[in-house]
Design a protein around this ligand. Structure first.
Ligand code: HEC
Length: 434
């Protein structure tokens, strides 16, 4: 898993961040509907079995058909974005020491894919519900369980991957779940799903879609709106509490004032949703306002996620750099870019090639081939001693050529007027000559 698709410069990592935002914006509204809608469908399905009621039954079937749309949509909006998102995280984290976490992340995606399959199964066997009630319920229940486990794992691993503070904790799955802000962030995720599902209900069961002259239809729409109101209310009540806990437990590297501002904005949006529910309940335009505020909340959620990750990015780069240094010396500069080597080669060709070869041939000065990390005898102020060519030695030989003189060579290397950057890149180049 060593190697990048794109070289890990800050710019390309930021570009990936934005692709990630786009993916979340596509994925979240759909998956929130699936989470809340399946819950409601299973709940009203059981309710109807216990206390037969045509409205419960109709709602249970309507909501699951409305939210699942089509299996192809399930793959495109539900599964594909998280696969790509995971690959993006890996790009951020090339060479992460904890391969175990990466395996867990794939496991999370697998479980999520299975859950989507179960949920479509549940929806498909609605036709045969009267004969195969338990089979149908089993599919729905298994789908919900897998969905919960899948997202729990996904959030857990995302936290681990993105906040290097956690990388060196021992990899015990249970500590993976409880050593971070995972529980509140999962709770926040679920509560947002509830609010979003409520908005979904208000949109799909709005007055315009039904014949309001027909009393039976009218009372069904009212029934659906009550469910929508309760769903939104539960979500809106849990959200600020979960959000506050999340902010408190957020890893240090991810914290900033903008993160707190996001939290406050979310609370304001939640209050607006409550006001809409209270004041406009019977009015027809209610769903427009609720939808708008819920979309706002999803936007804030994505912004929050993005901000915390961006803050952690610098820290990640530092950790990456350390890891990269151990694995590949040519990535040993903070920018970690492969360009350093080609730039260094140019500097070498202009300033050093006359005296230093890179093929092992002895010139006026020693060859650079395989020199990095090897030992030599040098004389410093006339005293001979053994020296390793490490980073400090290499750097110093270029800046202060006459301080250490390699045995068997004349003290003729000039002090070249190189910029700091030129010295950096040429060092990287020499280190790459194994
Ligand atoms: C005029 C010839 C000359 C040029 C040009 C020159 N060097 Fe040298 N360099 C030497 C000589 C001779 C030595 C060995 C004596 C010493 O250690 O000073 C040496 C030693 C070194 C060493 C220590 C090598 C070892 O094996 O311990 C390094 C590193 C080095 N040079 C880097 C550079 C770099 C980088 C450049 C170009 C930016 C450069 N030199 C340009 C002549 C040169």
């Amino acid at each position: 898993m060593l190697g990048f698709v794109i070289s890990p410069t800050l710019d390309s990592l930021f570009l990936l961040q934005y692709i990630g935002i786009l993916l979340l914006a596509i994925h979240l509204p759909f998956i929130f509907g699936i989470i809340g809608g399946t819950n409601l469908s299973v709940f009203f399905n059981i309710l109807d079995k216990k206390m037969p009621n045509p409205k419960s039954r109709r709602f249970s079937q309507d909501i699951i058909t409305q939210i699942t749309i089509h299996p192809i949509i399930g793959i495109l909006l539900g599964i594909l974005p998280i696969v790509v998102l995971t690959l993006i995280f890996f790009q951020f984290l090339y060479g992460v020491p904890n391969k175990v976490i990466q395996i867990w992340l794939w496991a999370a995606i697998l479980v999520q894919a299975i859950s989507i399959g179960f949920i479509y199964g549940y929806q498909k066997v609605w036709k045969y519900r009267s004969q195969h009630f338990l089979l149908q319920l089993g599919l729905g229940g298994a789908g919900l369980l897998c969905l919960a486990i899948g997202y729990f794992l996904f959030l857990a691993n995302k936290n681990w991957l993105l906040y290097p503070e956690y990388w060196f904790i021992e990899v015990i799955p249970i500590s993976l779940c409880f050593s971070s802000n995972l529980i509140p962030s999962f709770l926040g995720f679920i509560s947002l799903a509830l609010v979003a599902t409520g908005a979904w209900i208000f949109i799909r069961f709005r007055h315009g879609c039904f014949d309001m002259e027909n009393p039976q239809e009218k009372s069904y729409v009212q029934f659906c709106h009550q469910i929508g109101t309760i769903t939104v209310s539960i979500g809106v009540i849990i959200q600020p509490i979960a959000g506050l806990l999340d902010v408190i437990l957020l890893p240090k590297v991810a914290m900033s004032w903008a993160v707190i501002a996001c939290y406050m904005a979310n609370v304001v949006a939640a209050m607006c949703i409550c006001l809409t529910l209270v004041r406009q309940f019977d009015k027809i335009a209610c769903y427009k306002w609720i939808t708008m505020f819920v979309l706002l909340q999803i936007g804030i959620y994505i912004g929050y996620d993005h901000l915390t990750r961006t803050n952690a990015l610098q820290e990640q780069l530092a950790v990456l750099d350390r890891v990269a240094k151990q694995n590949m010396p040519q990535f040993n500069k903070p920018k970690g870019s492969i360009n350093f080597i080609s730039e260094g080669k140019e500097v070498y060709e202009i300033h050093c090639m006359a005296c230093h070869s890179i093929d092992g041939q002895k010139g006026l000065g020693p060859s650079f081939k395989g020199s990095y990390g090897s030992k030599r005898i040098v004389a410093s102020k006339g005293l001979e001693h053994e020296a390793d060519m490490d980073e400090a030695y290499l750097h110093n030989s270029i800046i202060n050529p006459s301080q250490d003189i390699v045995r068997g060579f004349p003290n003729v290397m000039p002090a070249l007027n190189l910029t700091e950057h030129e010295v950096d890149v040429v060092c990287t180049f020499i280190q790459s000559l194994r």
